[in-house]
Design a protein around this ligand. Structure first.
Ligand code: SF4
Ligand code: SF4
Length: 456
């Protein structure tokens, strides 16, 4: 449809001016039912971010991404580095879910649940409104008085405190509450790296939320860039009903009076009337603001609303089409594979490596030995008393240098392991042997390796 009202389209990000400098966006505080709903969702998201590492399911944290120790807890399911296939499966499933979600609902995640938006819009910007008021109503402030200077100072001091808090939330997810507590309570020199990381992260968050702000969503985040390929005319997004609104203007026939209120409230500074744009995070602030305007001029609400281009054009906003069916089918298959894989996961994970540089040792006239490094991970939530036995050949002996066979729940047993094999069982330079890991008489796993011996 051709619009009669002339307008400009951008060839650069909205927050960069002709001289290539930053155009600061002074978004007015939204109000209305969508903002109220978003506030509830945001506080649920913040509560999840804060408390998820503390909540335990069968002894595992609800969420933990311990990259340094390569162990991850996702909804209480502990995943180790050895379960990389599982991690890959979870990531693939997540990506397909995100794609499906985006194809159907656009960039809803960004405006409603992404930690960047949640903290910026619901915490930092509210602090800003508290200290500086909503006086800007979408416009930059002109003069700097002593009172405003001190209010700004207080605002930035609060920003720094909140940034330290967010750093602690982040670290809880990465290292877990116990290690974070140790960094906080024990002498600094015992955790110098952790302490420096905390300061650096806090400064980083302060910079992001006080200075960089919406540019994370509009310039950095790769998810935003994907919208161009994921959205189509059937995707639901915040959209301006151009059929109803145009031609716009105070005295024009369309319902839009071109009051610019939807732009003044937009946290990314765009004009939704120009159509779907990469910078739109689907925050719904413009819906609320336009509804206020519509009420004032006695026109029906939802000139800007959640709808699809197809919905505006034909009145049919159905989200069901071949693409959503196809993605849903792929997602369903992946979820089934994931569930089966999780249920059938081995309770222990074993690795056995020959001690570097070692070949074989002659113990006595009939026995040779090889030395290995044994590592067993207990992936279960119960302690295990293990026995390591030789399965093949039948004769021979296995000894652990540590002598330890108790493996704590989710613990790791690392030991030098000596295998003694009799000469008559050797098949030349390399003989395959099988080692069984037992709990009582229950065989938990079999490991096959090679035993080196003298050439016949
Ligand atoms: S707030 Fe509504 S009426 Fe005002 S410019 Fe935006 S779309 Fe038009
Ligand atoms: S255009 Fe509307 S929904 Fe999109 S970011 Fe701006 S205010 Fe939010």
């Amino acid at each position: 449809m051709l619009l009669e009202t002339p307008r400009t389209f951008r060839d650069r990000p909205i927050n960069i001016n002709d001289q290539g400098q930053r155009n600061w966006i002074y978004a007015k505080q939204p109000k209305g039912k969508w903002y109220a709903r978003r506030t509830v969702v945001a506080w649920i998201a913040i509560a999840f971010l804060v408390f998820a590492p503390f909540v335990k399911i069968n002894g595992n944290p609800l969420m933990l991404f311990d990259v340094a120790n390569r162990r991850f807890s996702i909804f209480g399911q502990m995943i180790w580095a050895q379960d990389s296939y599982l991690l890959a499966l979870i990531m693939t499933t997540t990506v397909v879910f995100i794609v499906l979600f985006t194809v159907v609902f656009g960039r809803l995640w960004c405006g409603w649940a992404c930690p960047q938006t949640v903290f910026l819009e619901m915490v930092y910007r509210r602090i800003e409104y508290f200290f500086e008021g909503n006086y800007r109503t979408g416009k930059p402030q002109k003069e700097m008085t002593t009172k405003i200077f001190f209010l700004k100072l207080a605002k930035h001091a609060t920003f720094i405190l909140v940034s330290i808090f967010i750093t602690n939330i982040f670290l809880n997810w990465i290292i877990g509450p116990e290690k974070l507590w140790a960094i906080i309570t024990e002498p600094i020199h015992d955790h110098l790296f952790g302490f420096v990381a905390m300061i650096a992260l806090s400064l980083f968050y302060y910079w992001i939320y006080a200075y960089f702000r919406e540019q994370v969503c509009t310039m950095i985040c790769p998810y935003g860039r994907l919208q161009g390929v994921l959205l189509d005319s059937k995707s639901i997004a915040v959209i301006y009903d151009y059929k109803r609104g145009e031609p716009r203007g105070a005295k024009a026939k369309g319902d839009c009076i071109d009051c610019h209120q939807c732009v003044s409230v937009c946290p990314t500074g765009i004009d939704i009337k120009n159509g779907s744009q990469l910078e739109c995070i689907n925050c719904t602030a413009c819906i609320d603001e336009c509804n206020i305007v519509m009420k004032k001029i006695n026109k029906p609400e939802n000139l800007i609303r959640f709808d699809s281009v197809q919905g505006i054009e034909t009145g049919n906003s159905s989200i069901f089409n071949a693409r959503t069916y196809a993605y849903s089918a792929v997602l369903g298959i992946l979820l089934v594979i994931l569930a089966v894989t999780l249920v059938n996961r081995k309770p222990i994970e074993t690795s056995m490596l020959r001690v570097s540089g070692s070949i074989y040792q002659k113990v006595d006239s009939v026995t040779y030995s090889n030395i290995y490094l044994l590592k067993i991970i207990n992936k279960t939530l119960v302690d295990k008393s293990l026995q390591i036995r030789l399965i093949e050949p039948k004769r021979g002996k296995i000894q652990l240098a540590t002598g330890q066979t108790l493996l704590k729940a989710q613990g790791i047993l690392e030991s030098v392991m000596i295998a003694n094999i009799e000469t008559q069982d050797l098949k030349g330079k390399s003989t395959p042997i099988q080692i069984g890991i037992y709990e009582g008489e229950h065989l938990l796993g079999v490991y096959t390796t090679n035993f080196l011996g003298p050439a016949n």
